[in-house]
Design a protein around this ligand. Structure first.
Ligand code: HEM
Length: 512
């Protein structure tokens, strides 16, 4: 990814250590001092440059998804969606021809804790894919789980604050988490996944991915179809129970990063099939959920998974910081033929990603090789911190950084295909969606688990909820009971057992 600079002139030999100014370094072991014992002198440029660059090595971590691993690869289209020609639904060029290849970069991540936190922690896993298409970049920013905690972007800082460490004790706290969740009933479907073994994928290669939010496809006529994206691992799915994760964590906090890197190094390239679910555009009053509600799964018997292509990861990054840490994905990064739905989470996400990246990486983050499209770039954006080059196309007049112009500046592209322009109408208001139906799918999920998954779910919930106040515990039991009577009963019994054990502990004479 990192190209050698064309104008690089070797100082004495290409192996010679230099400063960033190109000066050969003749002594990298000792500062310049008066005598051997010091004091040191301040004009010591080589030392000052080295140490002051070191002082600035970190950029802000991602506010969420700080811990991650990445890899390069390729996406190969099937030219179809299921058995139909894909052009019926989308004109996106990367999907049209069977065998068409598009380079990709993928970053997997955990969500809540910092950049070197254990990869065994219970957390959704991020699954973000950047497609470098001929029409510019497409980012599909997903998670391993198919649903989310909330359905309105205004709640995102709250849900994340509840999951992050306590601002006083700096420890993650089940009491705070379930205080928030018990007042957020739409979270119960996600919690049912997260506290089961699905909340700890065994590694990044053996997990699914999902775009979670609803997007649209747009065809040559400008007609839209609702679409949800899913990645199915060809390696199979493997999750861990809490005790299995603890065993790994005792010895290795980087096991997923290591697993991905080593698999690619030995040529065992992981693959995922991209599958979509599609639905006619519209509100679908016949469904008991809103198709734009990201706390819901679209049932597969009504909306089957239709394969559209295969992704293979076949190359490790050469520089973790440049390629993985500085990678910037966003839900607004779409190409012609792909569009937003009206999902109000998706709109919020689309603002948030590029906003945080201008702060985290800098206003010119799109000029970095990992983020820059392989398709040509010709903008009138100029300057700002760390400008690396001017975004002009070959042959453009460098004096023209505005549009319109008749002096050979960049011109608008012709619109050869009709725009998708849905009609939207309604009262401006602040209100929840109508079809909330918070509990039905969570209950179905609970019942669909195998016994060992259900047992692990109950144990994990009981352990974490027992840190909450009695009122919060009671509210959580009510929510689980709404999903399934057995679910509520088992959590209530587990919490009661913890209470009795605590009382027994306080009654027993202390040894010391
Ligand atoms: C309104 C809801 C959400 C907001 C406001 C939000 C915001 C953010 C922000 C600010 C980042 C850090 C980006 C960076 O520093 O580069 C991030 C990362 C990420 N988010 Fe979200 N997020 C939301 C919901 C979701 C959902 C539902 C998913 C899953 C579909 C998701 C998946 C990811 C992933 C995978 C990353 C890491 C991307 C990477 O690897 O660089 N987020 N999110």
């Amino acid at each position: 990814m990192i190209e050698p600079k064309e104008n690089q002139q070797p100082t004495s030999s290409t192996q010679t250590l230099t400063t960033r100014q190109g000066h050969p370094v003749r002594n990298n072991q000792n500062q310049r001092t008066v005598g051997t014992r010091g004091p040191a002198t301040l004009e010591n440029y080589q030392f000052l440059e080295k140490i002051s660059h070191f002082d600035r090595e970190r950029i802000p971590e991602r506010v969420v998804h700080a811990r991650g691993a990445g890899a390069h690869g390729v996406f190969e289209a099937y030219g179809k969606v299921g058995d139909e020609s894909i052009s019926k639904y989308t004109r996106a060029k990367l999907f049209q021809e069977k065998g068409k290849q598009t380079p990709v970069f993928v970053r997997f991540s955990t969500v809540i804790h910092s950049g070197h936190s254990p990869e065994t922690l219970r957390d959704p896993r991020g699954f973000a894919v950047k497609f470098y298409t001929e029409d510019g970049n497409w980012d599909l920013v997903g998670n391993n789980l198919k649903v989310f905690f909330i359905r309105d972007a205004i709640k995102f800082p709250d849900v994340i604050h509840s999951l992050k460490p306590d601002p006083v004790t700096n420890r993650q706290d089940g009491g705070r988490i379930f205080d928030f969740m018990s007042n957020t009933p739409e979270s119960v479907h996600m919690l049912t996944f997260l506290f089961s073994p699905w909340g700890i994928p065994a590694n990044y290669r053996q997990m699914q991915g999902s775009g979670v939010n609803t997007y649209k496809w747009v065809n040559d006529k400008g007609e839209g179809t609702l679409v949800k994206y899913h990645w199915e691992p060809m390696q199979g799915v493997k999750n861990l129970t809490q005790p299995e994760a603890e065993q790994i964590q005792a010895k290795n906090i980087n096991h997923s990063t290591q697993d991905l890197y080593e698999a690619i190094e030995r040529g065992d390239f992981p693959q995922w099939e991209l599958r979509v679910q599609i639905m006619e555009d519209g509100e679908h009053p016949e469904l008991d959920f809103d198709p734009l509600d990201d706390t819901k799964i679209w049932p597969e018997d009504q909306f089957p998974m239709l394969p559209v292509g295969m992704m293979t990861l076949n190359r490790n990054p050469e520089n973790y910081f440049a390629e993985v840490e500085q990678a910037a994905f966003g839900t607004g990064v779409l190409v012609d033929g792909l569009d937003f739905s009206d999902d109000k989470m998706l709109v919020g996400r689309t603002f948030s990603y590029s906003d945080t990246q201008r702060y985290r990486v800098g206003p010119n983050y799109l000029q970095l090789p990992i983020n820059s499209p392989r398709a040509g770039v010709a903008t009138n954006q100029r300057d700002g911190q760390m400008t690396f080059h001017v975004d002009t196309a070959p042959g453009h007049n460098p004096h023209v950084n505005y549009e319109p112009s008749s002096m050979n500046g960049p011109q608008e592209a012709p619109r050869d295909l009709p725009e998708h322009s849905p009609h939207v109408e309604g009262r401006l208001q602040r209100a929840s969606i109508e079809r909330t139906n918070n509990f039905k799918q969570a209950g179905e999920r609970y019942r669909s688990f195998e016994d060992w998954e259900r047992d692990d779910l109950i144990n994990n919930l009981v352990e974490n909820i027992s840190a909450a106040t009695p009122e919060v515990q009671a509210r959580m039991v009510e929510l689980f009971t709404e999903c399934d009577a057995d679910y509520g009963r088992r959590v209530a019994e587990g919490l009661e057992q913890v209470r009795q054990n605590k009382m027994k502990d306080t009654r027993e004479p202390q040894l010391s």
